[in-house]
Design a protein around this ligand. Structure first.
Ligand SMILES: C[S@@+](CC[C@H](N)C(=O)[O-])C[C@H]1O[C@@H](n2cnc3c(N)ncnc32)[C@H](O)[C@@H]1O
Length: 191
């Protein structure tokens, strides 16, 4: 779902970029993120700062997608050399089965009521043993942000327990690291 105006502005702040680069990105790397010469898909790429981090590590290919035209406009303006698409992540049919080595998500599934479909699609497009690097907040933190800052997340049954259960059901193994605001996962498709 589209972000509320207030969250859209927050995602375009210096502190969001700082957190993504100096806090979340190093955790993904410690969890085993390898990008060099990999075919990478980023889901919910927002205004493109994740694309910037990913390109520093020389992927073979990169596509960032986001459902919000406003986000993709910003991303294209800021990083004109990178590939971005306006696309709902619940439908990745334009990507062939087993065509991606790595999928990256910086805090997106909690915005998508049909988040299980997104995981189904990721399972389809990942190559055998491909990796999904994923970070999501706990339900309690989502509710806290909505209460304090009126971010207005959608109603959804998304939660970390439900996420873990569904990842297992879809044949992913994972290890994760809890941090104060986000739980960060390296999940791998077993084949
Ligand atoms: C919290 S923001 C995170 C943006 C960026 N990844 C970041 O870390 O700054 C969530 C992003 O998910 C996108 N989004 C929400 N629903 C989506 C969907 N169904 N398909 C693709 N992107 C979606 C939103 O437009 C938004 O850019």
């Amino acid at each position: 779902m589209k972000l509320t105006d207030i969250e859209f502005r927050a995602m375009d702040s210096w502190w969001r970029r700082w957190g993504q680069e100096h806090f979340e990105w190093p955790v993904f790397q410690r969890l085993g993120l390898k990008i060099k010469d990999q075919d990478v898909l980023e889901i919910g790429c927002g205004n493109g700062y994740g694309a910037n981090l990913i390109h520093r590590l020389s992927p073979r290919s990169y596509i960032g997608l986001d459902v919000m035209e406003e986000q993709i406009e910003l991303a294209r303006r800021r990083f004109p050399g990178y590939e971005f698409l306006v696309q709902d992540a619940a439908d990745l049919s334009q990507f062939a089965e087993a065509s991606k080595d790595v999928v990256v998500i910086f805090g997106v599934l909690h915005h998508i009521p049909e988040w299980r479909k997104v995981i189904d699609e990721i399972a389809r497009v990942l190559k055998p043993n491909g990796s999904l690097f994923l970070e999501e907040p706990r339900g309690i933190d989502i509710r806290l942000f909505d209460f304090l800052f009126r971010w207005g997340h959608p109603d959804s049954d998304f939660g970390l327990k439900a996420l873990d259960e569904y990842l297992r059901l879809r044949g992913f193994k994972f290890h994760k690291q809890w941090t104060p605001l986000l739980t960060m996962y390296h999940t791998q498709k077993l084949n």
